[in-house]
Design a binder for this molecule. Structure first.
Ligand code: AOF
Ligand code: ZN
Length: 441
């Protein structure tokens, strides 16, 4: 029998389930911190509940302890269920391990190990050393989802698959944080809506609408869970999108608290525009959310255009990707390939996305939703910079040599180099299909 399950009962599963549900209440509010939920149980009764409400605020464990005390319960001798390993260092708040020990907690059940290098399992030693019985369910980085055929499906005991599923859920809850806290770059999701043959628009650029209303509403939920959204200049020129969240609130799930008193962090908008071609009438540089827009240009962008954009939005000058081979730009050099100039070629060269994701990560963007056209999607995917794909498929076939592909670029040079996916999940979103999967690095 799995060692972890020796002390694990059905009621443990139930309470951890509740802790996960509580954690979700922090969705879109806690970044760059994780979503965490906690439940205190004594004598079979739930005496405290808490969740991390916003970055910089009290952690979930502290909220649960305060909740118990507020209702006249003494947490001494209680079991504390928490979705993430408690912190053991001073950050913006004091270490939760100290508070847990001081409160006299007898037993702890922890859903996931905190991948934060400052923590990563240290709390377990501290808590055990203080005499607390600790059951830790999952590591922070499970190699596969439990339903796909990891070790869980091979075990014979009935509880293991459910425990593994909960552990996986605890980890998946903070997929973006788990990546950012280790790599310091955002967790990148490439999202696209396409026909079954992988097309996102006709040759003439018509794309509204390939997928149905429900799929598009789902796309909005994705935006709500992201810190920033990124598109390429071609998308701005073709569609003039507003790239805002069109949902009513930034929250997901069953939210108890009123949203009116909460400051919701807003979705930042990033545009890849090496030659500063964004028109001044484009929504992203002229609507009420201009403070949220960043235009990423290169040093070859015309100075007057950069200055005009910089009066309205944040403009950053990014380096171009170093390429082994520079293709002469015939259309810009009158067909004389010997006389091409580097600045003429700039629109065809790509912004160094590796540099960009590091910069965005340093600005506490933990999750980046790429809704680029085919070229931008390809740059992230083929450049090894995307961690998840979310592809919506409409049961339609567009065909056409020149229709636009969801993933374009140079493509993989051989089948040995294709992008491999794992943990593939399919969901029906009538009349469309949603595929989500992790990209194998
Ligand atoms: C949270 N909420 O419920 C838990 C966290 O700067 P601080 O003090 O807020 O600490 C942030 C770190 O604490 C965070 O990176 C994570 O490793 C750990 N656990 N954080 O915001 C919580 N349990
Ligand atoms: Zn803490």
């Amino acid at each position: 029998m799995d060692k972890r399950l020796k002390f694990f009962s059905r009621s443990d599963l139930r309470h951890l389930r509740l802790a996960i549900d509580l954690a979700r209440r922090g969705c879109s509010l806690t970044s760059p911190n994780p979503m965490v939920g906690a439940v205190l149980v004594k004598g079979g009764k739930t005496i405290g509940r808490g969740w991390h409400r916003r970055a910089g605020g009290p952690h979930a464990e502290i909220e649960a302890l305060r909740d118990a005390q507020k209702h006249g319960h003494n947490p001494r001798g209680a079991t504390l269920y928490v979705t993430l390993e408690p912190c053991c260092t001073h950050g913006r708040t004091p270490p939760c391990t100290d508070a847990i020990i001081a409160a006299g907690i007898k037993r702890m059940v922890v859903g996931a190990t905190d991948p934060n290098p400052k923590h990563s399992g240290r709390a377990f030693k501290i808590l055990k050393h203080a005499g607390i019985e600790v059951t830790a369910l999952g590591s922070s980085v499970p190699s596969t989802s439990p339903s796909i055929g990891g070790p869980a499906t091979r075990r014979r005991d009935a509880g293991a698959p459910r425990t593994d599923a909960l552990a996986y859920e605890c980890t998946r809850l903070n997929e973006a944080f788990n990546h950012w806290i280790v790599h310091r770059t955002p967790f990148v999701i490439v999202k696209a809506a396409m026909t079954l043959d992988g097309k996102i628009a006709t040759a003439g650029g018509e794309s509204k609408w390939i997928t149905g209303e429900k799929a598009r509403a789902h796309g909005m939920i994705l935006r709500q869970g992201s810190d920033a959204i990124l598109v390429g200049i071609n998308t701005i020129l073709a569609d003039d999108p507003s790239l805002t969240e069109r949902g009513k609130s930034r929250n997901r799930g069953n939210i108890e608290h009123s949203t009116s008193d909460i400051q919701h962090p807003k979705l930042r908008r990033i545009v890849l525009d090496s030659m500063a071609r964004t028109p001044l009438v484009a929504k992203v540089v002229s609507d009420e959310f201009v403070a949220l827009t960043t235009i990423v240009v290169s040093k070859y962008a015309p100075k007057n255009r950069v200055a005009a954009l910089a009066k309205r939005v944040n403009v950053i000058v990014a380096p171009l990707k170093k390429t082994e081979r520079v293709t002469p730009c015939a259309p810009f050099s009158g067909g004389n390939t010997r006389s091409w100039r580097a600045e003429d070629c700039a629109p065809y060269q790509q912004i160094d996305l590796r540099w960009l994701v590091r910069k965005l990560g340093a600005e506490n963007i933990t999750s980046l939703l790429v809704e680029g056209g085919g070229e931008v999607n390809a740059s992230f995917l083929l450049g090894g910079l995307a961690q998840r794909v979310v592809f919506f498929y409409a049961p339609k076939i567009l065909g056409g040599r020149d229709s636009l592909k969801a993933v374009a670029g140079e493509g993989a040079r051989s089948l040995a180099e294709v992008i491999q996916l794992r943990d593939v999940e399919w969901k029906r979103i009538e009349p469309d299909w949603l595929l989500t999967a992790r990209v194998i690095p």
